[in-house]
Design a binder for this molecule. Structure first.
Ligand code: HEM
Length: 416
C-alpha cells in the first residue's frame, strides 16, 4: 500500500506505489503520486494490490494510445479494477454485463447506436430550455449569506432534474433515480445496499418501472427523451429484457455521479482560483471554455480499466496478454508535457476540449454534450445572480478510486 504521509511520496520505492487505494483518492494524495509516476515510471507495474497486479498508464499520449486501441486493450467484461464487481452470479451483475460500456466490437457498436439519437447535439439542444428553467428555479430558491451544502442542495438536485428530462422520467419521482443509481453502483455494507438480495429486488423494481414507462411511450407522441427514442426504435424490440435494463442503468449511473461531481468541482475551482472567477464574471462569453477547463481540472472519472488481449509494448514495458491496464485520466489531464501549470485552473487554455475526461475511441462518453450543456447553463445562470460563492469549510471527498468527487461542500452565497 502506498504511504498516506505526503512527505514520503517522493522517497518511497517505486515498486511499493499502489495508486488503487481509495484512501489516497479521498485525501487527494493520488495526484502527487501520479506526478512522480509520470516523471519516473510512466507505465508502472504494481505487483500487489487489493485488486491484484495491474499497470498504471499515467501520461497523456500513452493513455490516448490505449484508449484508441481497443483490439489490444479490451473492455470486454469489465472496465473497473475490481474483478469481483462484475462477477459472482448475482442478477444485478448479469445486468451490468449487458451494458455496452463493457463490450467490444462487434457487440458494442449496434447497442451504442440505439441510444445515440437521444444524446445527439440536435436532440440535446431540445432539452436546453427545460434544463435552464429547472436550473433557474433552483438557484433562485437558494439562501443568500447563509451556509448550506452545495452537493445536496444543488449538484445532486440539478443532476436529477437533468436525468429526469433526458430519460423522460416523471419529475416528481426523480429522487428514485438517485436511490436506484446508488444501489446499482453499490455493494452490501456501503450504507445503501443491505444485501445482495436487497440489490436484486431493487434491480427488479427498476426493470419493472422502466418497462412500464417504455410501454407508455410507445403510444404517446414522439419526443426528445431517451425512453421515447427507445420506444420508437425497432431495435429496442430486438433487445433482451436484461439488455434493455443494462442500457437504462448505464445511462442512469453514467450521468449521475459524474455530472454531479463536475458541478461541485466547478465551485471549488472558482473558490481556489478567484482571479479566474473574476475573469469569467467580467466576460461571460468565456463560459464554454471555462466548462472545458472545469472538466479537465475536476476529472470526475479518475480511470477506466482495460484488459490486454495480446502481448504488447507500451512506454518501453512489456504488457502481457490478460494483464489489467489502467488509464488514469486524472493523471493524463495533468501531464506537464501537455499542459503548462497543469495543477492550476486556468480559463482560456489553448485547445480546451483536448482533455481526457470523457475518454477517447469507440467508448468515448456518449453524454459528453449533455454534461457540457448542464455545466454551461449552470454557470450562465450563476454569473448574473451571485457575486461570489465562498467555500466555507473543507470539502468532504468521496471514498472511491474510480469517481473523483465530493459528498459535502459547505458554501455561502454573496450578492452585493
Ligand atoms: C462513457 C465520463 C456524463 C453516458 C464514459 C467514459 C467516461 C465518461 C470516462 C468512458 C470512456 C472510455 O472508456 O473511453 C463522463 C463524465 C461525465 C459523463 C466525466 C460528466 C461530467 C455522462 C452523461 C451520460 C453519460 C450525462 C448520459 C446520461 C455515458 C455512456 C458511456 C459513457 C452511455 C458508455 C459509452 C460506450 O461505452 O460506448 N463517460 N461521463 N455520461 N458515458 Fe459518460
Amino acid at each position: 500500500m502506498a504511504s498516506l504521509d505526503p512527505s514520503e511520496i517522493e522517497s518511497m520505492p517505486l515498486a511499493a506505489i499502489d495508486v488503487s487505494d481509495p484512501l489516497l483518492h479521498q485525501r487527494d494524495l493520488a495526484r502527487s503520486y501520479f506526478r512522480r509516476l509520470r516523471r519516473e515510471d510512466p507505465v508502472h507495474y504494481c505487483a500487489d494490490s487489493k485488486f491484484g497486479p495491474y499497470w498504471s498508464v499515467t501520461r497523456y499520449a500513452d493513455i490516448l494510445h490505449v484508449d484508441m486501441n481497443h483490439q489490444t486493450y479490451s473492455s470486454d467484461g469489465t472496465v473497473v479494477l475490481d474483478d469481483a464487481f462484475f462477477s459472482g452470479g448475482h442478477i444485478e451483475n448479469e445486468v451490468s454485463k449487458t451494458s455496452f460500456i463493457v463490450m467490444d466490437p462487434p457487440h458494442h457498436g449496434p447497442r451504442r447506436s440505439i441510444v445515440i439519437p437521444a444524446l445527439s447535439p440536435g436532440n440535446i439542444q431540445k432539452m436546453e430550455a427545460g434544463i435552464r428553467e429547472r436550473t433557474r428555479q433552483l438557484l433562485d430558491s437558494l439562501p443568500i449569506g447563509e451556509e448550506f451544502d452545495w452537493v445536496s442542495e444543488v449538484s445532486i438536485e440539478l443532476t436529477l432534474r437533468m436525468l429526469a428530462i433526458l430519460m423522460g422520467f416523471p419529475f416528481e419521482e426523480r429522487h428514485k433515480l438517485l436511490y436506484w443509481s446508488n444501489v446499482q453502483s453499490g455493494a452490501p455494507g456501503d450504507g445503501v445496499v443491505e444485501s445482495w438480495e436487497h440489490r436484486s429486488a431493487v434491480m427488479r423494481e427498476i426493470a419493472e418501472r422502466f418497462t412500464r414507462l417504455l410501454n407508455e411511450k410507445i403510444d404517446a407522441p414522439a419526443s426528445a427523451d431517451l425512453m421515447s427514442v427507445l420506444a420508437k426504435s425497432p431495435l429496442t424490440q430486438e433487445m433482451r429484457p436484461e439488455e434493455f435494463l443494462g442500457t437504462i442503468t448505464l445511462l442512469m449511473t453514467g450521468g449521475n455521479d459524474t455530472t454531479r461531481n463536475s458541478m461541485s468541482g466547478s465551485i471549488l475551482a472558482m473558490h481556489q482560483f478567484p482571479d479566474e472567477f473574476a475573469k469569467l464574471k467580467a466576460d461571460p462569453s468565456l463560459v464554454p471554455v471555462a466548462v472545458s477547463e472545469i472538466l479537465r481540472w475536476q476529472c470526475p472519472v479518475s480511470y477506466m480499466r482495460r484488459t490486454a488481449t495480446e502481448n504488447s509494448e507500451l512506454g518501453g514495458k512489456t504488457i502481457r496478454k490478460g494483464d489489467k491496464v489502467v488509464m488514469w485520466y486524472l493523471s493524463g489531464n495533468r501531464d506537464e508535457g501537455m499542459y503548462e501549470r497543469p495543477e492550476d485552473f486556468i480559463i482560456g487554455r489553448p485547445n480546451p476540449r483536448q482533455h481526457l475526461t470523457f475518454g477517447f475511441g469507440i467508448h468515448r462518453c456518449l453524454g459528453n454534450r449533455l454534461a457540457e450543456l448542464q455545466l454551461r447553463v449552470l454557470w450562465e445562470e450563476i454569473l448574473p445572480r451571485f457575486d461570489r460563492i465562498e467555500v466555507t469549510g473543507d470539502p468532504v471527498r468521496i471514498h472511491s478510486t474510480m469517481f473523483r468527487g465530493f459528498s459535502a461542500l459547505p458554501v455561502r452565497l454573496h450578492r452585493s
